[in-house]
Write a protein that binds this ligand. Structure first.
Ligand code: ADP
Ligand code: MG
Length: 614
């Protein structure tokens, strides 16, 4: 997906008009909330002056703990202490391996249900608890109700995951101004949107995940051109290496949960201390007295560091770029504080890194700036908008795609088009929503189908059905169909880019360019076939009604022509089909005239001339 800047009317606000908006980094390991205070994006601290809130929820009877206090319960009550819930957002049970989780998962009607002491909880509900906690924190600190929030999501999040995030915000009573990609938020915090152009790498190593994104900025357009990473690589893996190093050769009762928890904590603290200290003494655990140096830790974890570099190479390969085409590298995520990571990335790109904003805060800060702009608090007249990566349309007769929203339309966008019925008396219509650049349905991606029922019976082509496509600022599509005379309406929400990554989008585009000529011919053939079928239906209905107006010879001639056209419709010869259509029209021209006279006579019967409106 790409981001486009447009100008937004409306100037800055006076302090009393200030609309309090926040940016939220809803992370797998940690979450943060920030707001622009006195013109400066600032992370909001909790009552203990803590900025970084662990994304952990602990349920126990009436007790609900969130953040650091929940984290403390993780080892003695793991089943009721839920961490890394972001990994389950927008997923169904079949998408995950329940064995990977300490918590108990079950099927919760399509989504995942997590068994706790207080009943089944969904990932959306759990995320909502974290979001609510953050909102209350901000409202307390700012002394105002929050008017809106920008929430960040990973660039690779599909629409189900994005929708789940929006749902969580709704449950938490948060008005979502927009969801933006985490790498884009980081780029905004560094003001990269103010540059003219360039390719930027966003290296994000968090607690349990590693994400590489390559953004291209061109004439105000931010586009995610490649994403890569490892969903099970993060700071936790570095902690584990130190844990194993600590317990090696030591006699530690591993079945003791309390001791295990202590070792875990010591390992993480050791790792974090080594970021600033040359060596750390580990002597607070019974029977253990060891020293770990910065260098020893670097070589202990060298394979993990190397793994991240391999991911960068893959992302560059996908983006078709070399390191010398990279304009800047942004470091994001708490784990990029580690000096060995900094050194490896700097060495790989051969340039200084963008790392002077706290890496665990940068995403929330960028989101806060964006929220402030969207709330209308600035003179800043730039808005970041997404565009649709592929065209969206519906299937019409003959399996032809009618495009409704062209690709690269700026979001949000709403466009409508009128369609009609194909058959006399048709009371239902199937709306098949597709995505892609090709003319035939079979070459596009099917996004969903729904039926409009209750169209009043009319002759074919008389009903007017307005189909409206709406894509909101977060890229979610809703399609509605309305029959205009009765107002009956039906709609669905679909997931336009669900499961499609940028590579697939590129492939779909490439195939549309190379197939443009054959598509045109296919479309023309499909259209002429629809026309042929329609004429046959029409004539058959006319014959059923008014056969009496024809003699046997004439009837035989018409049937012969219908049969010839029917046979030709099975074949792929557009010229031949057109000729047969012309022939059928010729042999029925007289019949049509006679029917017209006949029906006028019928209508006139018994009526005085002055009551006729001619
Ligand atoms: P996420 O985006 O996954 O929610 P964060 O970006 O907050 O997570 O990163 C959390 C990770 O950063 C943890 O593994 C933590 O130990 C690590 N981290 C935080 N501070 C430091 C530090 N000073 N040195 C090394 N690692 C750190
Ligand atoms: Mg993060």
């Amino acid at each position: 997906m790409a981001l486009l800047q447009i100008s937004e009317p409306g100037k800055g606000t006076l302090p009393h008009e200030h609309r309090h908006a926040v940016g939220i980094d809803l992370g797998t390991t940690n979450s943060l909330i920030a707001s622009v205070i006195s013109g400066q994006a600032t992370i909001i601290q909790d009552e203990d002056n803590v900025k970084i809130i662990p994304s952990i929820v602990h349920y126990k009877d009436k007790e609900l703990l969130i953040g650091e206090s929940a984290k403390k319960r993780q080892l003695d009550d793991p089943k009721n202490t839920i961490s890394s819930v972001k990994r389950l957002m927008g997923k169904s049970l079949s998408d995950v391996n329940p064995k990977d989780f300490v918590i108990e998962l079950e099927d919760g009607n399509g989504t995942i249900g997590i068994k706790t002491n207080v009943g089944l909880k969904s990932p959306v509900e759990i995320s909502a608890e974290i979001l609510r906690h953050l909102r209350l924190l901000a409202e307390k600190r700012l002394g105002h109700e929050i008017k809106g929030a920008v929430i960040t999501v990973p660039a690779y999040f599909d629409d189900a995951q994005r929708q789940a995030t929006k749902d969580a915000a709704k449950v938490a009573d948060i008005n979502v101004l927009r969801l933006i990609n985490e790498p884009t938020a980081a780029a905004l915090a560094y003001g990269l949107d103010k540059k003219v152009e360039g390719n930027f790498v966003i290296y994000d190593l968090g607690g349990g995940t590693f994400d590489i994104s390559i953004l291209r900025l061109d004439k105000g357009l931010f586009e995610v051109i490649a994403t890569h990473g490892d969903s099970s690589l993060g700071g936790d893996d570095f902690d584990q290496l130190i844990e194993q190093w600590i317990i090696k050769d030591a006699n530690i009762p591993m079945e003791d949960v309390k001791i295990r928890q202590r070792i875990k904590e010591v390992a993480r603290k050791t790792k974090e201390s080594l970021t600033t200290k040359p060596k750390v003494m580990i002597d607070e655990l019974e029977g253990i007295n060891k020293e770990l140096s910065k260098e020893a830790f670097a070589s202990l974890s060298a394979h993990l560091t190397e793994k991240t570099i391999s991911c960068i190479k893959l992302a560059l390969h996908d983006a078709n770029l070399t390191t010398d085409q990279i304009t800047g590298v942004v470091m994001v995520g708490g784990s990029t504080r580690m000096p060995n990571i900094q050194a490896a990335v700097k060495n790989f790109f051969g340039m200084p890194l963008l790392n002077n904003i706290n890496p665990d805060e940068v995403v929330a800060l960028g989101a806060a700036e964006q929220a402030n702009i969207l709330a209308g608090n600035t003179n800043h007249d730039l808005l970041l908008l997404d565009v649709t990566p592929l065209s969206l349309g519906i299937e019409t007769m003959g399996e032809i795609v009618e495009r409704i929203i062209p690709r690269n339309s700026t979001l949000p966008v709403a466009l409508a088009q009128e369609f009609t019925t194909y058959q006399d008396g048709q009371t239902g219509m199937v709306i098949h929503v597709v995505q892609g650049e090709r003319d035939l349905v079979k070459d596009c991606r099917s996004l969903g189908k729904f039926t409009l029922k209750g169209i009043p019976p009319m002759v074919a082509g008389a009903a007017k059905i307005r189909v409206t496509f709406q894509v909101d600022a977060d890229g979610l599509l809703s399609v509605s169909a309305k029959e205009l005379s009765t107002g009956v309406e039906s709609s669905i929400e679909v997931k336009p880019s669900y499961g499609i990554d940028d590579k697939q989008i590129k492939e779909m585009l490439a195939s549309s360019f190379s197939s443009a000529e054959s598509d045109k011919e296919n479309r023309a053939l499909a259209e002429v076939k629809v026309e042929g079928k329609q004429i046959i239906t029409m004539i058959q209905e006319a014959l059923n009604a008014d056969k009496a107006l024809l003699n046997k010879n004439e009837i035989d001639l018409i049937y012969k022509s219908i049969n010839e056209l029917t046979n030709m419709l099975e074949q792929e010869d557009r010229n031949q089909i057109e000729q047969k259509i012309t022939h059928l029209n010729e042999v029925t021209a007289d019949f049509a005239e006679r029917r017209m006279d006949h029906s006028i006579n019928k209508a006139l019967a018994g009526k005085k001339i002055d009551t006729l409106e001619l």
